[in-house]
Ligand binder design. Structure first.
Ligand code: PGA
Ligand code: ZN
Length: 419
């Protein structure tokens, strides 16, 4: 059972504070670092930040104090393997007038999960997924960044390449790495050295490029130069809420203000021209009607991130109406492992795909890779370069080796992501 819970303020990849939570049990220790998005949805669980001058208000000492003073006393003595009970306790403790903080609950929930794995002497992925765990996820590599996550002019946040022709994580990572090197040569030659300056997730930032089509063209050229034609599909996290203006109900794209219908026509042309298999957040996060129409008209995976915020209620609303076809899965959007798992179960039961996702702010902690395998999601996005991303790939490679012949690769539904 849980003997102690402590929390420390640590730094993430942006040199911004985040929480590291440690759970001690008689059987060992579980620890987890909390991620943080920059391009956040309106309906996400809200992190508790200290305010004031320290770290420009971004400190998490108060959240750490909530873990140690409010949460720990309520959880000490509980069974660390009773995840649902622990998470229900966290929900019950939370007070809307004095919130624990989404960062505090996420950290405790994940650290308890890790402690449960340790207590039962299993790797985290198997503790989450059970004896049958075998699905390694197909990674979406964020090769070119824009939007809120990079300094350039590209409106879309992530222009991803997806190695649909790979048959293992090892092959997918190697192929994507080769494309990344090649793309680096191309953007440096054409847009100058500064194009190699990467965004929050380690993707390039080609100077002066403002048209998503140019980004896709560059990716296709790199793919072809590597001899991988047909082995890669393309995808994007549009994060459209960030260029949507609710006043005029238009999207600011390419020096133009597009209505929803015009933006939809733009996507139709994109999907006709490029081997695009997946679009995340293509419309404003409040526009469920638009999503229903778009999902109907575009023959690609439509992923809801800001739209669903990993929240069962919002996903249920989408499922009932036919908005999107996939759930982007981020534990800290909803604040506990149990609520996030409820969302993924709801998705799977209703034929929605699940893509496990990093945040733009995170640490090299690899619970994400384990959870992607444990859920059997079949898809992961975790940026592209820098340690907090590559450690996820390294962990997936280790799990793949450990599972050996038992491992399968990619979305459980055959053919879902082939262009
Ligand atoms: P975030 O961005 O982690 O800053 O929210 C990633 C995303 O939008 O998927
Ligand atoms: Zn997103």
């Amino acid at each position: 059972s849980i003997e102690a819970i402590t929390a420390r303020e640590i730094l993430d990849n942006r040199l911004e504070p985040t929480l590291r939570v440690t759970v001690e049990t008689a059987a060992g220790t579980g620890q987890a670092d909390v991620p943080r998005g920059r391009s956040r949805g309106d309906h996400e669980a809200v992190d508790l930040r200290d305010g004031g001058d320290r770290y420009r208000g971004r400190g998490v000492r108060q959240a750490a104090a909530h873990v140690e003073e409010r949460i720990a006393p309520a959880l000490v003595g509980h069974d660390a393997t009773a995840q649902r009970t622990v998470d229900a306790r966290l929900d019950a403790l939370d007070d809307p007038d004095d919130p624990l903080g989404g960062n505090a609950t996420t950290g405790v929930s994940l650290a308890v999960l890790r402690a449960g794995a340790v207590a039962t002497d299993q790797p985290l992925y198997r503790y989450v997924g059970g004896a049958d765990t075998h699905v390694l996820p197909l990674p979406f590599f964020d090769m070119i960044e824009g939007g809120e996550l990079a300094g350039g002019d590209l409106p879309f946040q992530e222009h991803q390449v997806v190695p649909v022709g790979a048959d293992s994580v090892a092959e997918a990572v190697r192929m994507a790495a080769e494309v990344y090197y090649e793309l680096g040569d191309i953007v440096r030659a054409e847009y100058g050295e500064a194009s190699l300056n990467v965004g929050a997730e380690g993707g390039y930032n080609p100077t002066g490029v403002a048209d998503p089509r140019t980004a896709f063209d560059l990716e296709l050229r790199a793919i072809e130069a590597c001899g991988y034609d047909g082995e890669f599909a393309l995808a994007a996290d549009v994060a459209a809420s960030h260029f949507y203006d609710p006043e005029t109900e238009t999207y600011a794209l390419l020096d133009d203000r597009l209505s929803r219908a015009e933006l939809l026509a733009f996507y139709e042309e994109l999907v006709d021209t490029y081997p695009i298999v997946s679009l995340e957040d293509p419309l404003d996060q409040h526009d469920f009607d638009g999503y229903v129409d778009l999902t109907d008209r575009l023959d690609v995976q439509v992923v809801g991130d800001d739209l669903f915020v990993t929240t069962p209620d919002r996903l249920r609303r989408g499922i009932d109406r036919g908005a999107a076809t996939a759930l982007l899965w981020k534990v800290n959007q909803v604040g506990t492992v149990t609520a996030a798992r409820e969302a993924s179960r709801l998705a799977t039961r209703n034929g929605y795909a699940v893509q496990v996702s990093e945040r733009s702010g995170q640490t090299p902690d690899t619970w994400l890779a384990d959870l992607a395998v444990g859920l059997g999601a079949g898809q992961i996005k975790t940026g592209v370069t820098r340690g907090e991303r590559t450690e996820q790939y390294n962990r997936l490679l280790a799990i793949e080796t450990e599972l050996g012949d038992a491992a399968t690769f990619g979305p459980p539904v055959e053919g879902t992501l082939v262009p």
